[in-house]
Design a protein around this ligand. Structure first.
Ligand SMILES: CC(C)(COP(=O)(O)OP(=O)(O)OC[C@H]1O[C@@H](n2cnc3c(N)ncnc32)[C@H](O)[C@@H]1OP(=O)(O)O)[C@@H](O)C(=O)NCCC(=O)NCCS
Length: 137
């Protein structure tokens, strides 16, 4: 398995099918997708993208030391639990020296907690799912 820097459009299939199934394109494309500072990483297996994550420049006034936002983290269902997500996350965090924040579905918060993030702020509901906001420690 190989981690590669890819284009935003290479991430669309897994973003839509895993994170926003049945939703319109504006829900699985991001304003900074084509910003030159943005990084999109993918892991491929036999030429097929099986995991993705993106890092976008986006400030959050609650965490001024964390100018980067992680979004669109997804691994194909049948390949989860094998370290693919962790590989992507570690590779992405190594791209920047500053802090990173994200919103995380509560059911996967432990994935981020195990990989250098902590929760800040209150829990909230988005797309009918409980979420937390997290930042690198
Ligand atoms: C979250 C996701 C990206 C994790 O990818 P993955 O390849 O399965 O994760 P890994 O195998 O690299 O797991 C790394 C560690 O996190 C833990 N972990 C992974 N998913 C977890 C979950 N849902 N709940 C609790 N712990 C989890 C693993 O047990 C592992 O722990 P270890 O290091 O102690 O062994 C993947 O489950 C996914 O795509 N989920 C659906 C989409 C989604 O919810 N994306 C995040 C939106 S915020």
């Amino acid at each position: 398995m190989l981690i590669e820097q890819v284009q935003a459009s290479d991430c669309y299939f897994l973003r839509e099918s895993i994170l926003r199934p049945g939703q319109p394109k504006e829900n699985w494309t991001f304003a900074a997708d084509h910003d030159p500072r943005t990084t999109h990483l993918a892991i491929k297996q036999n030429e097929e993208i099986i995991g993705i994550v993106s890092l976008l420049p986006e400030k959050n006034e609650a965490v001024s030391q964390h100018p980067w936002r992680l979004r669109g983290m997804a691994v194909k269902h049948e390949l989860r639990g094998r370290g693919v997500g962790k590989l992507l996350l570690v590779a992405l965090l190594a791209k920047v020296n500053e802090g990173v924040w994200c919103t995380a579905r509560k059911n996967v918060q432990d994935f981020y907690l195990k990989n250098g993030f902590e929760i800040f702020g209150d829990e909230f509901v988005m797309n009918d799912m409980p979420h937390v906001t997290m930042k690198t420690i």
